[in-house]
Design a protein around this ligand. Structure first.
Ligand code: C5P
Ligand code: ZN
Length: 470
């Protein structure tokens, strides 16, 4: 079978899994949607809630950072006729079944081994596809929404935002596997377009010099973090910065864009940056055709950051409303939250650079204490690779408001290729010290008792050492 045929087959199998509960879902009038507080979780919930809206069903939504016993109790206490879990649930199938509720789980995290069966369990891993790169939680939700009714193809755009939010395009510079099938549906529906462009953040909303200044991946030596240098560089390259308004990347013509890219490549090569890093400068970008140009919502990457800025600060409701079409109050509120989020990330990075990162045998870590919110410490950890050793994964600790210890782990695609699986390392080590963890090979998290920090570090270090040597 060719790769294409194999993907087509898996896609069809997932669609079949979605068909199974469709009649029952359509019959229910009182549904609870339970999802994850990040961009993928919000878009996943947005897609399902829109589909339920279109079916005239009554629904409510809950968002959790992780689906633990306390969260499940809250879900059960709600007394809904049907619960749809999106972007979470696969790790808790047994516990969900024990609640004795009618449940559909639409997730892409690695499923826990269990013989228990909810009404439906839809997950790319169940058809042999990798949930870290091939399909996001919002992608699974999109397939479920498509099974519920015709006319939900427009929601494919949100599925792409969720996939980009979960960094599924990072390994290869573009979305692949099952995600490409969704891209095709979206482009046929006129909801999304995709093409090669610079992968820098802020093409829609930032002045070009700011886009360069804030570039972290790839880190541009001599430009990243230096506003004056970025302005001088653009002037030397013959790019007009602006008249009445600063010019953004989308305001440049093709010839100007090409000139900037060539100049970045020359500058990068002169300062010894590797070709591989420069390759990451260009990749596929995803445009939401029905959104206004020059807004965060037009670009999948900026959209997902906007959503993270709501969810990670306890305002998932605002993000959900944006996903469901609010371009008024909720959108304005989300933009305000985004401004604060940016500032918090800058402060977080400053803290890491002043505190330093401690290397162990196969991992490295920093402890942010109370100085970085546990909900964004993972994002800061990922961004810290600009100053950290890229040959070992990074762990970041932060204290939660409940006094527990949150750990976020981030790796690189190169490490994953060498055998790194942070989901395995984090969940097994957390379990061993009385905590709970999980996630994906390249990004995972856990919550552990504070006194177990040292033991946990040793366990993860040993687990990662084993992974990287076999
Ligand atoms: O919180 P953080 O951004 O570090 O999470 C990274 C990934 O790990 C996410 O996909 C999240 O769902 C997962 N995770 C998990 N269990 C936890 C914490 C995080 O599965 N206790
Ligand atoms: Zn996800």
């Amino acid at each position: 079978m060719t790769d294409g045929q194999e993907i087509g087959k898996k896609f069809a199998e997932l669609r079949k899994l979605c068909q199974a509960p469709a009649d029952e879902i359509r019959r229910q009038k009182n549904v609870l949607v339970v999802s994850h507080v990040d961009a993928d979780g919000l878009t996943a919930a947005g897609i399902i809630c829109t589909a339920l809206d279109r079916l005239n069903a009554e629904y409510d939504s809950f968002f959790f950072r992780q689906l633990d016993e306390a969260a499940l109790k809250q879900v059960a206490d709600q007394g809904s006729d049907l619960v749809i879990f999106t972007d979470l649930g696969s790790g808790m199938i047994k516990e969900i079944c024990e609640l004795g509720i009618l449940a559909v789980v639409a997730d892409h995290h690695k499923p826990a081994r269990s013989d228990a069966r909810p009404m439906a369990h839809i997950n790319p891993h169940l058809v042999g596809a990798d949930g870290a790169t091939q399909l996001s939680g919002s992608g699974v939700s999109f397939l479920l929404a498509s099974a519920l009714a015709r006319g939900n193809e427009d929601q494919s755009a949100l599925a792409i935002v969720g996939a980009v939010g979960d960094l599924q395009d990072m390994a290869s510079g573009h979305l692949l596997g099952l995600n490409r099938q969704i891209l095709e549906i979206g482009s046929k529906a006129g909801a999304i377009s995709f093409f090669r462009d610079v992968k820098l953040f802020g093409k829609q909303t930032r002045p070009v010099f700011k886009m360069l200044e804030y570039s972290q991946d790839p880190y541009l030596p001599g430009l990243s973090g230096d506003e004056d240098a970025c302005i001088a560089f653009l002037k030397e390259t013959g790019i007009r910065l602006g008249g009445e308004k600063w010019r953004r990347w989308i305001d440049l013509c093709q010839e100007e864009k090409a000139r900037v890219v060539t100049a970045i490549l020359h500058k990068g090569l002169r300062s010894g940056i590797s070709n591989i890093k420069l390759e990451r400068l260009i990749g596929e970008v995803y445009i939401l055709l029905r959104e206004r140009e020059g807004t965060e919502l037009r670009d999948a990457s900026e959209y997902s950051t906007l959503l993270n800025a709501t969810a990670r600060y306890g305002h998932a409701d605002v993000g959900l409303q944006v996903c469901m079409g609010d371009r008024d109050k909720a959108f304005e509120e989300a933009q305000k939250l985004l401004g604060q989020h940016r500032q918090n990330l800058v402060n977080g990075l400053k803290l890491v650079s002043s505190k330093g990162i401690t290397p162990l045998r196969s991992i490295q870590y920093f402890d942010a204490g109370d100085a970085i919110l546990d909900t964004i410490v993972g994002i800061v950890a990922g961004m810290s690779f600009q100053m950290a050793d890229r040959s070992r994964p990074i762990l970041a600790f932060a204290r939660t408001s409940q006094g527990e210890l949150k750990v976020s782990a981030r790796g690189t695609q190169d490490l994953v290729r060498l055998g790194l699986d942070l989901a395995d390392a984090m969940s097994a080590s957390a379990r061993a010290v009385g905590g709970i963890g999980g996630g994906h090979n390249v990004a995972a998290g856990a919550t552990i008792p504070p006194q177990a920090k040292q033991e946990f570090l040793e366990l993860v270090d040993a687990a990662v050492s084993r992974q990287l040597t076999c």
